[in-house]
Design a protein around this ligand. Structure first.
Ligand SMILES: [Mg+2]
Ligand SMILES: [Zn+2]
Length: 452
């Protein structure tokens, strides 16, 4: 946490002066000139327009996001109309278009700076809160520069040297050497390195509440944190719990803060075409949005932005099943689900009776034996393909029964929603490109990004 004065404070003061002038003269005050002290950028990975409608219907009430919808963004990469999370997060963090797989580098492979790094440089406190490995593509683009997103050991090595005040999520294995049960083959122990750099290091999610000073590193799982529908609250904190902790810690900095929060696994559930896991992770993300909005409403100096890097799965509400086009879909089924397809598979692997487990947890209590047959048949598949075959078949049946459609196990190019609240939120209104998000944040905080 460097202690330089930041230029955005001067902007805040200028605006306060302008506001008082406006009260006793006819001087026009443009409210969009107000500069935020803090910026919280929330990224729901793989959250498309249908994800919002899905979450709202499954909850049976509006989302916190619904109240702050201002527009949408295009998401394409420099080399493809369908982006991956790395190119998209580089756009959101650095304001440039780059190729799929690129982490914090431009289309020629040259490293670029990003809003978090520049905020850190200007003395703001900074944080990353995610539910995936902290070295995964989205947080990586705010904390490292590498040519390819799969180089997670190098991403970890860079991100712990960047002076980021708070990192919360999963991905301990990328910080620990093989000898200590991690995946690093270079022998580096980055948890130890973090301690040397002054970080308090937490590996136990139940100790989240004990983080009382920055810098702090909390890696609560060896890989990704669990889908929210599968999460054991005694073992792993929720996204909203990590969010509240981060806001309380970062708000202590008198220079303000920049915080990126990612609902990382909304995307993974989309890849798996697992409608129940997707819905519950969307709702967990929205709880974090609600907590950030409570914080921002109470203070008045915090700009909250939420968007997605891209849509995942080609999710659709209403589908043709068995040749019939249904004019209905069944959110209540997803609300009742108590496990992802992945967790049902683990349960069966651990000895649970397949039919009871599927009926109770998916939930498919009303499925006929005929409907369950293709799912149960995958248990006879030989070898390593069995897990995938089972989970795909189960997710397919749940989606069919709920009349939910998917077009792909990958990403799509549809525009995704843009949400904003607080000082400067008006500037996000309308249709934008994903690079505009970084440019606007940078402008409002008085930062300088690399020109492209
Ligand atoms: Mg991500
Ligand atoms: Zn994805």
């Amino acid at each position: 946490m460097r202690r330089l004065r930041s230029p955005h404070l001067a902007l805040v003061l200028a605006c306060a002066a302008c506001a008082s002038l406006a009260s006793d003269s006819s001087t026009e005050h443009a409210p969009e000139r107000a500069a935020p002290r803090n910026v919280v950028l929330m990224i729901a990975d793989g959250f498309g327009p249908a994800s919002a409608a899905l979450g709202r219907a499954v909850r049976g009430a509006p989302l916190a996001l619904d109240g702050i919808l201002v527009g949408s963004i295009t998401t394409h990469a420099s080399d493809s109309l369908v982006t991956d999370s790395a190119a998209a997060a580089t756009a959101l963090a650095s304001g440039i278009k780059t190729y799929n797989g690129a982490v914090g580098v431009d289309a020629s492979g040259a490293p670029v700076t990003n809003v978090l790094a520049e905020a850190e440089e200007r003395g703001l406190a900074t944080g990353l809160v995610v539910t995936c490995r902290i070295t995964h593509a989205t947080p990586a683009c705010f904390s490292a520069s590498v040519a390819g997103r799969d180089d997670e050991p190098e991403i970890a090595r860079q991100q712990i040297e960047r002076g980021i005040d708070l990192l919360l999520g999963g991905g301990r294995s990328m910080y620990e050497p093989v000898e200590r049960g991690g995946q690093r083959e270079d022998g580096l122990d980055l948890l130890e390195r973090a301690r040397v750099l002054g970080y308090s290091v937490f590996e136990d999610g139940s100790l989240l509440g004990e983080i009382d000073a920055l810098p702090a590193l909390g890696l609560f799982a060896s890989s990704h944190l669990a889908y929210d529908v599968d999460r054991d609250p005694a073992v792993e904190p929720s996204l909203v719990e990590m969010t509240r902790a981060a806001l309380a810690l970062l708000a202590r900095d008198e220079d303000g803060f920049f915080l990126m929060i990612e609902g990382s696994r909304i995307d993974h559930a989309g890849h798996a075409n697992d409608a129940a896991a997707h819905a519950h992770d969307v709702l967990a993300f929205d709880e974090a949005v609600a907590a950030v909005l409570d914080f921002a409403r109470a203070r008045g100096d915090t700009l909250v932005i939420s968007t997605a890097d891209h849509e995942t799965g080609g999710l659709s509400l209403g589908a043709e099943v068995g040749g019939v086009s249904y004019y209905e879909w069944d959110p209540a089924r997803l609300a009742r689900a108590s496990a992802s397809s992945e967790a049902v598979w683990s349960e069966i692997e651990s000895g649970a009776d397949p039919t009871s487990s599927i009926r109770a947890r998916a939930p498919l209590d009303d499925a006929t034996d005929e409907e369950l047959a293709p799912v149960l048949a995958t248990l006879e598949v030989d070898g390593g393909g069995r897990a995938r075959a089972f989970q795909n078949a189960l997710s397919r049946l749940v989606s069919d029964k709920a009349r939910i459609g998917w077009t792909t196990h990958g990403h799509t190019a549809v525009d995704v929603g843009l949400y904003a609240f607080g000082p400067g939120a008006e500037r996000f209104r309308g249709q934008h490109d994903n690079t505009d998000v970084a440019r606007l944040v940078s402008e409002m905080l008085g930062l300088e990004l690399d020109a492209r």
